[in-house]
Design a protein around this ligand. Structure first.
Ligand code: ATP
Ligand code: MG
Length: 394
């Protein structure tokens, strides 16, 4: 029997003016996600249709599950739009299912088809009732819901329903730069940003030899996990060693983290210009550590006018961990390698920093050349979902 995956759009159906742009972006994203399969994809204003080879179905579903912009999808039988064929197919679907109560629901978008939706549902329900013993109709809470969509080209019959990833298609918003550390929070922040349609590039600050190559590999692995939701992602690796050493040599201990993060933000702003990023995304969460009190955030944020999006700002750590498990980044994030934020951590970082003091401490050393150098000399890796070896990059 001929089958098709029937995709229903998510939130994008509320965006009237942008509808075509959203649908076309989703179409391209699905096309590139499924490029390794033998599929044919068609689209109209309400649905996308994917014809596939039966043996690929499970793998195709796994890929579709990571495409944002899909609300729901179904694996439907393709049936000719005439009453006899539809009735035969509905009966076959019912015979292949186990249930005590059922309901048939019809949508008739082909108004040339002579039987109205409600009457069609009743007639088809009657066919099922007459042919299968000991079952009854339950219109409110049926165990089996058989859906029939009568369209001009074909009719689609299905009884399964899979939740899509939701959100907007990646690429319906411009690029933003994600500050990606090896921790739990930032990959989750990246996932949530992509779910809003944002195209990401990632930035990782490393301080070799104080941080290890294993720490870098962890970030590459996390980027790879995020690639599951798009195609490839550029990961920019910033050498932060000299800046970090200078901060710890020249600034008072309790302000080191504040100033280190102000330097990161300054570099992020420069990278936004370089890579046309319209926003910075990071995994900061209000109150989580000394540098993420509202006071700290305000002193740190004041070095840039680029918007900073913090998708997990108001989430509890447990909520963030749940998402990390769901997107399969958790096990990578908890690997025990030092990050540049965790080395040299002062005993008592300031919780309510003053901007004047931060500025005073920064006056003690001229960081400009080091910032220029860090921006100019970064390493960029194009990370893809499939495994590649980046060990020769040093
Ligand atoms: P954890 O999940 O353990 O909290 P974290 O990565 O969130 O780890 P924080 O110290 O809370 O660590 O840092 C806050 C945010 O700053 C991170 O979510 C990340 O966006 C950014 N950040 C921290 N360190 C780095 C780094 N080395 N490179 C890039 N971004 C970083
Ligand atoms: Mg954190």
């Amino acid at each position: 029997m001929n089958k098709v995956i029937l995709i229903k759009y998510g939130e994008l159906s509320t965006k009237k003016g942008n509808r075509n742009f959203f649908i076309n972006t989703l179409y391209r994203n699905i096309q590139s996600k499924l490029s390794k399969f033998d599929v044919r994809i068609r689209k109209d204003r309400a649905h996308m249709y994917i014809e596939f080879v039966d043996s690929d179905l499970e793998n195709i579903k796994k890929n579709i599950d990571k495409v944002f912009g899909i609300h729901k999808y179904h694996v439907a039988n393709i049936v000719e739009t005439d009453y006899e064929s539809i009735a035969a197919n509905v009966l076959e679907v019912a015979k292949n299912s186990t249930f005590k109560t059922f309901k048939v629901e019809t949508k008739r978008s082909d108004k040339n088809f002579p039987i109205p939706s409600l009457e069609m549902s009743q007639k088809l329900g009657g066919v099922v009732l007459r042919n299968i013993p000991n079952i009854k109709v339950d219109v409110h809470n049926p165990e089996l819901l058989i859906q029939v969509e009568i369209r001009e080209e074909n009719t689609y019959v299905y009884c399964d329903s899979y939740m899509g990833a939701g959100g907007y298609p990646v690429g319906t918003q411009p690029t933003a730069l994600l500050m990606l550390s090896g921790g739990i929070d930032s990959p989750v922040a990246g996932y949530l940003a992509m779910k809003r349609g944002i195209q990401l590039e990632c930035v990782y600050f490393e301080a070799i030899p104080h941080t290890s190559l294993e720490a870098r590999n962890k970030v590459i692995e996390l980027t790879r996990k995020l690639c599951g939701y798009t195609n490839s992602i550029n990961l920019h690796i910033v050498n932060f060693t000299k800046i970090q050493e200078s901060i710890y040599k020249n600034c008072r201990g309790d302000y080191c983290i504040t100033i280190m993060r102000r330097m990161m933000y300054r570099i992020m702003e420069r990278l936004c210009t370089k890579y046309k990023g319209l926003a910075i995304v990071n995994g900061e969460s209000v109150g989580q550590v000394a540098s993420q009190t509202l006071n700290s955030m305000s002193v740190i944020n004041s070095v840039t006018n680029v918007p900073v999006i913090r998708p997990v700002a108001c989430y509890d750590k447990l909520e963030i961990m749940d998402i990390a498990r769901k997107i399969d980044t958790y096990d990578i994030s908890i690997l025990p390698y030092e990050d540049c934020c965790t080395i040299f951590v002062p005993k008592h970082p300031v919780i309510n920093p003053k901007i004047e003091i931060a500025e005073e401490e920064e006056e003690k050393f001229d960081y400009n050349d080091l910032i220029d150098e860090a921006v100019e000399n970064l390493n960029t890796i194009k990370v893809q979902e499939i495994v590649e070896d980046y060990n020769d990059l040093l």
